[in-house]
Design a protein around this ligand. Structure first.
Ligand SMILES: N[C@@H](CCC(=O)N[C@@H](CS)C(=O)NCC(=O)O)C(=O)O
Length: 223
């Protein structure tokens, strides 16, 4: 039986994992869970099975490969990176990977809290969106400076963090069109990632999820 990647029917935290699996050519079931209909968007369909999967700390995404069962998107992608040789190759690369891994996680959740503003009861969405967009260029500049002339975030080798970094930049390109335009090395990085033959093939396939980035009950989901 093929391993299962379970997640909501959207890009979100699972998309870097999906792209990595397609990049390495590992077959898997891309299992999608859906909330109930509007206006409640009940999470019950997922909550009913959540604790039946045998996954410790069950959450979305989860990965089930025989007896190997885990949640936590970063634990899943690192497990797959070890399996498919997409780990950093030196201490210098490991440091860069670790920094980007946690930095991208913070960046992702900063955006999630804005895009799910009403769900998290965070106040006025439009005001928070504008404040977020004001700070975005200075955040992106730090990624641009860190990447410098390297082709990939670890350095010269593609690693699992590139799948995460690509996804958060791509989500921002949809949320704030043109936001990468002032950063030539980041736009080159996006082109370089999309030109990887297996990624290009996946992006052109029917399996590829172009949208939505976030769930049905988000303020912004990119559709
Ligand atoms: N730290 C976790 C966060 C997982 C998470 O918050 N998942 C959200 C979707 S993005 C969810 O709806 N989880 C289902 C649940 O909490 O039962 C990870 O990186 O996997």
């Amino acid at each position: 039986m093929a391993p299962v990647l379970g997640y909501w029917d959207m890009r979100g935290l699972a998309h870097p994992i999906r792209m990595l699996l397609h990049y390495v050519g590992e077959e898997f079931e891309d299992r999608r869970h859906t909330p109930g209909p509007a206006p409640d968007f009940s999470l019950d369909p997922w909550l009913k099975i959540k604790f039946t999967l045998g996954v410790p700390f069950p959450n979305l995404p989860y990965w089930i490969d025989g007896d190997t069962k885990l949640a936590q998107s970063h634990a899943i992608i690192r497990h797959l990176a070890r399996k498919h040789n997409l780990c950093p190759k030196s201490e210098a690369e490991t440091i860069r990977c670790d920094v980007i891994d946690y930095q991208v996680n913070d960046f992702t959740w900063d955006l999630i809290y804005v895009c799910y503003n009403d769900f998290f009861k965070m106040g006025n969405y439009e005001q928070r969106r504008i404040e977020y967009l004001d700070k975005l260029p200075s955040k992106l500049k730090q990624y641009s400076d860190f990447l410098g002339d390297f082709p990939w975030f670890a350095g010269n080798n593609l690693t699992y963090v590139d799948f995460m970094a690509y996804e958060i930049f791509e989500t921002h390109r949809a949320f704030a069109p043109g936001c990468l335009d002032g950063f030539q090395n980041l736009t080159d990085y996006m082109d370089r990632f999309e030109a990887l033959p297996a990624i290009r093939k996946y992006m052109q396939s029917e399996e590829f999820t172009k949208k939505p980035y976030f769930n049905k009950f988000a303020n912004w989901r990119g559709d």
